[in-house]
Design a protein around this ligand. Sequence first.
Ligand code: GTP
Ligand code: MG
Length: 195
Amino acid sequence: LFAAESQFLKGVVAMDGLPEADRLEVCFAGRSNVGKSTLINALTGTKALARASNTPGRTQEINFFTQGATHYLVDLPGYGYANAPLPVVEKWQRLLKKYLSGRANLRRAFVLIDTRHGVKAVDEEIMTLLDQSAVTFQVVMTKADKVKAAERDKILDQVRGALSKHPAAYPEIVLTSSEKSEGIETLRAIIAGLD
Ligand code: GTP
Ligand code: MG
Protein backbone atom coordinates (compact mmCIF):
# COMPACT_ATOMS: atom_id res chain seq x y z
CA LEU A 1 0.00 0.00 0.00
CA PHE A 2 2.68 2.51 0.99
CA ALA A 3 4.77 1.79 -2.07
CA ALA A 4 2.07 3.72 -3.91
CA GLU A 5 1.97 7.48 -4.00
CA SER A 6 0.21 9.71 -1.54
CA GLN A 7 -1.43 12.97 -2.55
CA PHE A 8 -3.23 15.81 -0.85
CA LEU A 9 -6.87 15.70 -1.91
CA LYS A 10 -8.64 18.47 0.01
CA GLY A 11 -9.10 20.33 3.27
CA VAL A 12 -12.62 20.20 4.67
CA VAL A 13 -14.27 22.70 7.02
CA ALA A 14 -17.82 21.32 7.09
CA MET A 15 -19.41 17.89 6.89
CA ASP A 16 -20.89 18.54 3.44
CA GLY A 17 -17.35 18.97 2.09
CA LEU A 18 -16.29 15.42 2.91
CA PRO A 19 -15.21 13.36 -0.10
CA GLU A 20 -17.35 10.42 -1.09
CA ALA A 21 -16.94 7.54 1.38
CA ASP A 22 -15.73 5.19 -1.35
CA ARG A 23 -12.31 4.24 0.03
CA LEU A 24 -11.07 2.65 3.19
CA GLU A 25 -10.29 5.44 5.62
CA VAL A 26 -8.10 5.85 8.68
CA CYS A 27 -7.70 9.05 10.65
CA PHE A 28 -5.17 10.51 13.05
CA ALA A 29 -6.58 12.23 16.11
CA GLY A 30 -4.86 13.66 19.13
CA ARG A 31 -4.08 16.71 21.19
CA SER A 32 -2.60 19.71 19.47
CA ASN A 33 1.09 19.33 18.74
CA VAL A 34 1.15 15.57 19.50
CA GLY A 35 2.61 14.87 16.05
CA LYS A 36 -0.31 13.91 13.77
CA SER A 37 0.85 15.73 10.66
CA THR A 38 4.46 14.66 11.20
CA LEU A 39 3.36 11.04 11.49
CA ILE A 40 1.44 11.23 8.20
CA ASN A 41 4.55 12.58 6.52
CA ALA A 42 6.62 9.73 7.99
CA LEU A 43 4.08 7.10 6.88
CA THR A 44 3.86 8.46 3.36
CA GLY A 45 7.60 9.02 3.11
CA THR A 46 7.16 12.71 2.35
CA LYS A 47 8.70 15.73 4.01
CA ALA A 48 5.84 18.18 3.94
CA LEU A 49 2.71 16.60 2.49
CA ALA A 50 0.88 17.33 5.74
CA ARG A 51 1.79 20.66 7.28
CA ALA A 52 3.54 20.17 10.58
CA SER A 53 4.64 22.95 12.88
CA ASN A 54 5.87 23.75 16.32
CA THR A 55 2.84 26.01 16.78
CA PRO A 56 -0.08 24.09 18.31
CA GLY A 57 -3.25 24.44 16.26
CA ARG A 58 -1.43 24.22 12.94
CA THR A 59 -3.94 21.91 11.28
CA GLN A 60 -7.29 23.70 11.21
CA GLU A 61 -9.18 21.66 8.64
CA ILE A 62 -9.84 17.98 8.13
CA ASN A 63 -7.20 17.18 5.54
CA PHE A 64 -7.68 14.23 3.20
CA PHE A 65 -4.75 12.45 1.57
CA THR A 66 -5.09 9.63 -0.88
CA GLN A 67 -2.83 6.63 -0.39
CA GLY A 68 -2.67 4.63 -3.59
CA ALA A 69 -6.07 4.16 -5.22
CA THR A 70 -7.76 2.51 -2.25
CA HIS A 71 -7.22 4.48 0.96
CA TYR A 72 -7.70 7.86 2.55
CA LEU A 73 -5.42 9.05 5.33
CA VAL A 74 -7.06 11.83 7.31
CA ASP A 75 -5.19 14.48 9.28
CA LEU A 76 -7.44 16.01 11.93
CA PRO A 77 -7.23 19.31 13.77
CA GLY A 78 -5.83 18.84 17.25
CA TYR A 79 -8.04 19.03 20.31
CA GLY A 80 -7.35 20.46 23.74
CA TYR A 81 -5.89 23.63 22.32
CA ALA A 82 -7.18 26.79 23.93
CA ASN A 83 -5.00 29.40 22.31
CA ALA A 84 -7.27 30.32 19.39
CA PRO A 85 -10.47 32.39 19.70
CA LEU A 86 -13.11 30.29 21.46
CA PRO A 87 -15.72 30.34 18.64
CA VAL A 88 -13.04 29.06 16.25
CA VAL A 89 -12.00 26.27 18.61
CA GLU A 90 -15.62 25.29 19.17
CA LYS A 91 -16.23 25.13 15.43
CA TRP A 92 -13.29 22.73 14.90
CA GLN A 93 -14.32 20.61 17.84
CA ARG A 94 -17.89 20.28 16.60
CA LEU A 95 -16.67 19.28 13.16
CA LEU A 96 -14.15 16.83 14.63
CA LYS A 97 -16.84 15.16 16.72
CA LYS A 98 -19.28 14.95 13.82
CA TYR A 99 -16.60 13.45 11.63
CA LEU A 100 -15.50 10.89 14.23
CA SER A 101 -19.03 9.74 14.94
CA GLY A 102 -20.52 9.79 11.46
CA ARG A 103 -18.10 8.57 8.82
CA ALA A 104 -19.25 5.30 7.27
CA ASN A 105 -15.92 4.25 5.74
CA LEU A 106 -13.78 5.14 8.77
CA ARG A 107 -12.18 1.79 9.54
CA ARG A 108 -9.89 2.79 12.38
CA ALA A 109 -9.07 5.95 14.29
CA PHE A 110 -5.52 6.27 15.49
CA VAL A 111 -5.44 8.23 18.73
CA LEU A 112 -1.99 9.73 19.19
CA ILE A 113 -0.60 10.09 22.69
CA ASP A 114 2.63 11.89 23.53
CA THR A 115 4.97 9.41 25.22
CA ARG A 116 5.99 12.12 27.69
CA HIS A 117 2.45 12.91 28.79
CA GLY A 118 0.21 9.85 28.62
CA VAL A 119 -3.60 9.92 28.39
CA LYS A 120 -5.20 13.22 29.46
CA ALA A 121 -8.84 14.08 30.16
CA VAL A 122 -9.38 15.40 26.61
CA ASP A 123 -8.08 12.10 25.20
CA GLU A 124 -10.54 10.21 27.40
CA GLU A 125 -13.35 12.35 26.00
CA ILE A 126 -12.44 11.44 22.42
CA MET A 127 -12.09 7.76 23.36
CA THR A 128 -15.55 7.81 24.91
CA LEU A 129 -16.98 9.40 21.77
CA LEU A 130 -15.36 6.63 19.71
CA ASP A 131 -16.81 3.99 22.06
CA GLN A 132 -20.27 5.50 21.59
CA SER A 133 -19.83 5.65 17.82
CA ALA A 134 -18.44 2.08 17.68
CA VAL A 135 -15.32 3.22 15.86
CA THR A 136 -12.36 0.99 16.70
CA PHE A 137 -9.44 3.09 17.82
CA GLN A 138 -5.80 2.27 18.36
CA VAL A 139 -3.33 4.27 20.40
CA VAL A 140 -0.10 5.41 18.76
CA MET A 141 2.51 6.76 21.13
CA THR A 142 4.50 9.62 19.56
CA LYS A 143 7.85 11.27 20.29
CA ALA A 144 9.22 8.09 21.88
CA ASP A 145 12.70 9.50 21.21
CA LYS A 146 12.07 12.12 23.90
CA VAL A 147 11.80 9.79 26.90
CA LYS A 148 14.00 7.25 28.65
CA ALA A 149 12.87 3.62 28.79
CA ALA A 150 11.85 3.69 32.48
CA GLU A 151 9.67 6.77 32.03
CA ARG A 152 8.18 5.31 28.85
CA ASP A 153 7.23 2.08 30.62
CA LYS A 154 5.51 4.01 33.38
CA ILE A 155 3.49 5.99 30.85
CA LEU A 156 2.63 2.82 28.93
CA ASP A 157 1.15 1.35 32.12
CA GLN A 158 -0.98 4.46 32.53
CA VAL A 159 -2.15 4.19 28.91
CA ARG A 160 -3.01 0.49 29.26
CA GLY A 161 -5.01 1.29 32.39
CA ALA A 162 -6.94 3.99 30.53
CA LEU A 163 -7.61 1.73 27.51
CA SER A 164 -9.04 -1.05 29.66
CA LYS A 165 -12.07 1.18 30.27
CA HIS A 166 -12.82 1.67 26.57
CA PRO A 167 -14.63 -1.07 24.68
CA ALA A 168 -13.70 0.39 21.27
CA ALA A 169 -9.96 0.32 22.06
CA TYR A 170 -7.78 -2.05 20.09
CA PRO A 171 -5.42 -3.51 22.69
CA GLU A 172 -2.11 -3.25 20.83
CA ILE A 173 -0.30 0.07 21.38
CA VAL A 174 2.12 1.25 18.69
CA LEU A 175 5.23 3.07 19.87
CA THR A 176 6.61 5.55 17.34
CA SER A 177 9.19 8.19 16.76
CA SER A 178 8.82 10.09 13.53
CA GLU A 179 12.18 11.64 14.30
CA LYS A 180 13.93 8.26 14.39
CA SER A 181 11.57 6.46 12.03
CA GLU A 182 10.62 4.00 14.75
CA GLY A 183 7.33 2.12 14.58
CA ILE A 184 6.54 3.59 11.17
CA GLU A 185 6.86 0.32 9.29
CA THR A 186 4.71 -1.41 11.94
CA LEU A 187 1.99 1.20 11.54
CA ARG A 188 2.12 0.95 7.75
CA ALA A 189 1.60 -2.81 8.04
CA ILE A 190 -1.36 -2.31 10.39
CA ILE A 191 -3.04 0.10 7.96
CA ALA A 192 -2.30 -2.10 4.95
CA GLY A 193 -3.78 -5.08 6.82
CA LEU A 194 -7.18 -3.45 7.45
CA ASP A 195 -9.99 -4.59 5.19
P1 GTP B 1 -1.70 20.28 15.28
O1 GTP B 1 -1.91 20.26 13.81
O2 GTP B 1 -1.40 21.64 15.81
O3 GTP B 1 -2.80 19.64 16.05
O4 GTP B 1 -0.35 19.46 15.62
P2 GTP B 1 0.12 18.01 15.11
O5 GTP B 1 -0.41 16.97 16.03
O6 GTP B 1 -0.17 17.83 13.67
O7 GTP B 1 1.70 18.08 15.38
P3 GTP B 1 2.86 18.30 14.30
O8 GTP B 1 2.97 17.09 13.43
O9 GTP B 1 2.67 19.61 13.66
O10 GTP B 1 4.14 18.25 15.25
C1 GTP B 1 4.30 19.14 16.33
C2 GTP B 1 5.77 19.24 16.69
O11 GTP B 1 6.25 18.00 17.22
C3 GTP B 1 6.67 19.55 15.49
O12 GTP B 1 7.66 20.46 15.91
C4 GTP B 1 7.30 18.20 15.16
O13 GTP B 1 8.56 18.29 14.55
C5 GTP B 1 7.41 17.55 16.52
N1 GTP B 1 7.38 16.07 16.44
C6 GTP B 1 6.43 15.32 15.87
N2 GTP B 1 6.71 13.99 15.99
C7 GTP B 1 7.90 13.91 16.63
C8 GTP B 1 8.73 12.82 17.06
O14 GTP B 1 8.43 11.63 16.86
N3 GTP B 1 9.84 13.14 17.75
C9 GTP B 1 10.19 14.43 18.01
N4 GTP B 1 11.31 14.64 18.72
N5 GTP B 1 9.45 15.48 17.63
C10 GTP B 1 8.31 15.23 16.94
MG1 MG C 1 -1.27 18.96 12.38
